[in-house]
Ligand binder design. Structure first.
Ligand SMILES: Nc1ncnc2c1ncn2[C@@H]1O[C@H](COP(=O)(O)OP(=O)(O)OP(=O)(O)O)[C@@H](O)[C@H]1O
Ligand SMILES: [Mg+2]
Length: 374
C-alpha cells in the first residue's frame, strides 16, 4: 500500500517521483506548504477523510479554547476536548500549536500528511486540521481514556490500575500500529516517538498511536538506514540511533521494549525521585533480566501479584530482546505482535487440565500457570 499515491507517476520514473513527493511532504517552507495541502485535498483514491476546519469553528467547538475544556498539554501545545457542530456534534480532541514552537510547523505538516494517508485501527484518526495564518491546529478523534502514561504512573487513589491482560492487550495493539507503519506502509515509516504518552486509549482501552510529527520515511531499495538528526524523547531512543543518527525500524523496536518494560514494572523510563542506580529503567532492568529468579521483583506492585508467572517470564523475555544493544538482533515488530497475541489471551490452560477458563486479575490468576508452546 502506497500512501504517497498522489506523488506517484505511472511511468518508469515512479521512484524518482515518489522521492520528490517525500521531500516536498517532509521539508517545510512556505513555498511548499500550498502544494502539500493541494496534495492532501486531491483525494484521488477516496481514502482521505480529514477535513479543513476554520479557526472560528474550532473556537466554537472548544468554547474559545477554555481552560475547563483542556485535557492535556505537551511539547506541541495544549489539547482541548470539543464538539464539532457540523459533524453531528462529534466529540474531538483539538491540539493547538504553540505559536512560538520551534519545530512546530514542520511537525504539523508531517502529522497532517501521515495521518491523512495512513489509516489503521491502532493509529489515531485525524478528523481534520486548521491552518489559518499562524494558527495551526490538529483535530483528532477523542480518546476517552487519555494516554497510557495516565494509567501507569502516579495514579490517583480513585483510578484503578490496569490489570495484566489489559496491559498485554495494549502492548499488542500498539505493536500492531508499529507493524502497520513498518511492514504495510510503502515506503515504510519509522515512528521515532514511541512512548507511553503517545499511546492513547479509547473507551475500551484499545490503543492508538498518536503524534506523527517526528515520523520519518524508512530506507528504500538497498539502503539499510536513513541518516537524520537525532530526535525523539530521551530514554526511549535506541542507543545506536542516539550515537550515530542512523535510523532503522529497529530503533522503534527498542523504544517499544522500553515502553513494554514501563508497562510491566510500573516504573517510568527516567525517574529522578528514585535512588541513583534505579533512576534509569533500562540500566536498572538489564542485569535483572539476566536472572529469572529476579523477575518477580521487577513487576509493578500495583498488580498485587495478579499476573501469570509464565506470562511474566515471556513478557520480560520479549522486552529483553527488543532492548538488545545489537539492533539487528532485535526482533521484527511483526514477531513481537505474534508473541504478544498469545500473552494477551485471557483463555489460559491450567497445568495439564484440558478445559480452558476465562480468568481476570480480579479472580486472581496469579497462581495459574499459562501453558504456551515455547
Ligand atoms: N486524541 C486525544 N484524545 C484525548 N486526549 C488526548 C488526545 N490527544 C492528546 N490527548 C491528551 O493530551 C495530552 C498531551 O498530549 P500531547 O500529544 O500534546 O503531548 P505528550 O504526548 O504528552 O508530550 P509530547 O509533546 O512530548 O509528545 C495527552 O497525554 C493526553 O492526555
Ligand atoms: Mg503526544
Amino acid at each position: 500500500m502506497s500512501f504517497f499515491a498522489c506523488c506517484k507517476s505511472q511511468d518508469k520514473n515512479d521512484k524518482i517521483s515518489l522521492k520528490k513527493g517525500v521531500n516536498i511532504c517532509f521539508k517545510y517552507d512556505s513555498g511548499k506548504r500550498k502544494y502539500i495541502v493541494e496534495e492532501i485535498n486531491r483525494d484521488e483514491k477516496g481514502n482521505i477523510t480529514s477535513k479543513i476546519f476554520s479557526y472560528n469553528e474550532l473556537c466554537v467547538a472548544t468554547k474559545n479554547f477554555h481552560t475547563s475544556n483542556m485535557v492535556g498539554e505537551g511539547g506541541f501545545g495544549r489539547v482541548y476536548k470539543g464538539r464539532i457542530k457540523s459533524i453531528d456534534n462529534k466529540v474531538v480532541a483539538v491540539k493547538k500549536l504553540n505559536k512560538d514552537g520551534f519545530q512546530g510547523s514542520r511537525e504539523f505538516l508531517a502529522e497532517v500528511m501521515i495521518l491523512s494517508f495512513l489509516h489503521h485501527s491502532n493509529l489515531v484518526n485525524l478528523v481534520g486540521y486548521c491552518s489559518e495564518g499562524d494558527q495551526k491546529i490538529l483535530v483528532y478523534e477523542y480518546m476517552a481514556n487519555g494516554s497510557l502514561e495516565d494509567h501507569l504512573f502516579e495514579l490517583p487513589q480513585t483510578k484503578k490500575p490496569l490489570d495484566w491482560y489489559t496491559r498485554m492487550k495494549i502492548a499488542e495493539g500498539a505493536a500492531k500500529g508499529l507493524e502497520y507503519l513498518h511492514a504495510e506502509a510503502n515506503p515504510p515509516v519509522i515512528y521515532r516517538d514511541f512512548k507511553a504518552s503517545n499511546i492513547l486509549l479509547d473507551e475500551n482501552f484499545n490503543p492508538k498511536l498518536s503524534d506523527f510529527g517526528l515520523a520519518k520515511l524508512g530506507p528504500t531499495g538497498d539502503k539499510t538506514h536513513v541518516s537524520t538528526r537525532v530526535m525523539g524523547t530521551y530514554g526511549y531512543c535506541a542507543p545506536e540511533y542516539a550515537s550515530t543518527g542512523q535510523l532503522t525500524t529497529r530503533s522503534d523496536v527498542y523504544s517499544f521494549g522500553v515502553v513494554f518494560l514501563e508497562m510491566i514494572t510500573g516504573r517510568r523510563v527516567l525517574d529522578y525521585s528514585r535512588s541513583s542506580e534505579e533512576q534509569n529503567l533500562v540500566n536498572w532492568a538489564l542485569p535483572l533480566l539476566k536472572n529469572k529468579r529476579k523477575y518477580a521483583s521487577m513487576v509493578d506492585p500495583l498488580l498485587k501479584g495478579n499476573y501469570p508467572t509464565r506470562g511474566l517470564l515471556q513478557a520480560l523475555a520479549i522486552a529483553a530482546m527488543c532492548l538488545l544493544e545489537d539492533a539487528n538482533a532485535r526482533p521484527l515488530i511483526g514477531d513481537v505482535v505474534t508473541a504478544l497475541g498469545v500473552l494477551a489471551m485471557r483463555h489460559v490452560q491450567v497445568g495439564k487440565q484440558k478445559n480452558t477458563k476465562e480468568t481476570s486479575s480480579e479472580q486472581g490468576e496469579g497462581s495459574w500457570e499459562m501453558s504456551f508452546i515455547e
